[in-house]
Design a protein around this ligand. Structure first.
Ligand code: T46
Length: 138
């Protein structure tokens, strides 16, 4: 599986560091939504779904966490441990977030507004869905 990560440009001076994220500049889609999660309890694993069309960029702006990506054929785990590192997640990718440090803040930029009908929350359904998509493409 091809995993796309970004090293965002840091604008640093003696006051500290600032990072700017802009649609179609260093984020490859229209930014329609931003959400973030924090206070994640020890041992928690979140996600367990894929999206039919949503694209997202994940940035752990404080602390660290790990993201499991699964395209139905292979799996990769990515460590997000720097506020200048972004992980792109395309549609049709199963994701799970885990190993949150106690100060972790995971921020997500999304290409669409929240829409529950875009979620695939059953792993079996996800495998069937990506298989059907691949068959239709070939
Ligand atoms: C994803 C991963 C990385 C809203 O009302 N609006 C929103 O924009 C979002 C994202 C969630 N919610 C509500 C829906 C649930 O009642 O917040 C609650 C928790 O959402 P969920 O269980 O879907 O959270 P995660 O951490 O499993 O998944 C989230 C995103 O939903 C998902 O798109 O890719 O983070």
């Amino acid at each position: 599986m091809k995993v796309t990560t970004y090293e965002f440009e840091e604008h640093g001076d003696d006051r500290g560091i600032l990072i700017a994220l802009e649609e179609y500049k260093n984020v490859p889609f229209n930014i329609r939504r931003c959400y973030y999660m924090y206070n994640t309890q020890p041992g928690v694993r979140r996600g367990f779904h894929a999206h039919k069309s949503l694209e997202q960029i994940l940035v752990c702006v404080s602390g660290s966490c790990k993201i499991l990506l699964d395209d139905g054929q292979s799996k990769e785990t990515v460590l997000l441990d720097r506020p200048n590192k972004g992980l792109y997640i395309a549609h049709n990718i199963w994701r799970e977030m885990f190993d949150f440090s106690d100060n972790a803040v995971l921020m997500v930029l999304a290409s669409k507004l929240y829409d529950e009908s875009d979620y695939i929350r059953s792993y079996d359904e996800f495998l069937q869905y990506v298989q059907t998509q691949r068959t239709e493409e070939n």
